[in-house]
Write a protein that binds this ligand. Structure first.
Ligand SMILES: [Zn+2]
Length: 84
């Protein structure tokens, strides 16, 4: 049985949702329940902030493909320019 939308979210659910949201966006209904929970629950609000900050720090590390791809595009664009 599906819980009602106005049922308060439990901390364990909130934390699972916070983690899941790092990988992919939550369904709108869950996002709403989570944001309501973290505004009322200080512990989960802190958890979300800490996890978010940690995730931002990881994302700022130069381990992703995108910058390399951009560099390659720039190099090939520069190469074309030189050939003319
Ligand atoms: Zn909580």
């Amino acid at each position: 049985m599906k819980p009602q939308a106005d049922d308060p979210m439990q901390c364990s659910e909130a934390r699972a949702a916070i983690q899941a949201r790092l990988d992919e966006p939550l369904p709108a209904e869950q996002e709403t329940a989570l944001s309501r929970h973290v505004t009322e629950c200080k512990a989960c609000g802190t958890y979300q902030a800490e996890l978010g900050a940690m995730c931002d720090a990881l994302r700022s590390m130069p381990v992703f493909e995108l910058p390399a791809k951009i560099r390659e595009d720039v190099r090939s664009a520069a190469g074309k320019h030189d050939a003319q």
